[in-house]
Design a protein around this ligand. Sequence first.
Ligand SMILES: [Zn+2]
Length: 351
Amino acid sequence: MIYMNIPILQAADACGIMYERNTGRAEVRAKCPFCNDSQPRLYLNTDKNVFHCQRCKKSGNSITLYAERNGISNAAAYRELAEAAVFDCPPLPLYNRIEPETAIKPLEERSRIYGDFLRMLELAPKHRLNLQNRGLSDKAIEANLYRSVPKKYGKLYSKVMYELSCKYDLSGVPGFYRKNGQWHMVTPEGFFIPVRDAQGRIQGLQVRLDDSRKQKYKWFSSNGYPDGTKCAAFLHVVNWKTGAKPFITEGALKADTACSLMEQDACFIALPGVGSTKGLEQLMRGLDISEAAEAFDMDKETNPAVELSVQKFYRLMEEIGVNVQPLRWNPMYKGIDDMLLAGKESEGLAA
Ligand SMILES: [Zn+2]
């Protein structure tokens, strides 16, 4: 007898296993039904039609997966799957099942929920020190609502999740997800940085990570979690006033810091990264901005990739008719915040 090769995703479908939207890789991640994992750590290999769970170590092929889940013999499992494959089902497109993606809540609601959420949290002394060392005043630290991410399942975590989920429906709010009927949040170690629009509303949260060896910042996002929501990369506006000539820089915390360090009443717009101009045109048109100062990090003069991104930015500004003044400073100081802080410190020394 010649055995048909049963695609692993077809077996997974027949078992009702949820698997991830895939980017075209041979390995598809799913939630393991054997150990009831909440994270997708079951790997379905679509080349070899085998599966393996990294958590409970269960492994096998399409047939044994179906047999075990249905409590039948391998022979019976094969018959059922092969019959379904031949007679019942039109050929399944690969990666056909998509985790339902929750639509993000409107800005107004998100801002209210995030604001309340942050006010329930605390700022750990090490995070306050981190912010002070950057040159942020205590007044700015308080006004900007920086808060430490609470420890998973700790006292504060439980209290905040309880109070917040009693008060609000957290579906559609990036960072939160539901497990066994209860709301939870993702907890990367670090502190929250609210990312705001021109009216000061909190669009989303970034986390400055404690362990910044691989990555410094991460969006507070629950994409891929049950009832989770993806966070977009938002532009950040600081201290907007009609008719202002904003400084354009990269990174929300840098913009907050530079604004706090400036003597004059300045407005900042921060791109999530120097190459991320998504939404910038709309924002600048909406605010009727005709003049801006470009204050990207000084590696724009030494790093060719950054240079290209900066050129792209200038082209966009030209297209939308914004007059841009380029700012340059001693490249010893990478960011405008570093340069301003150094200036402040030398003033302190002189005084
Ligand atoms: Zn498992």
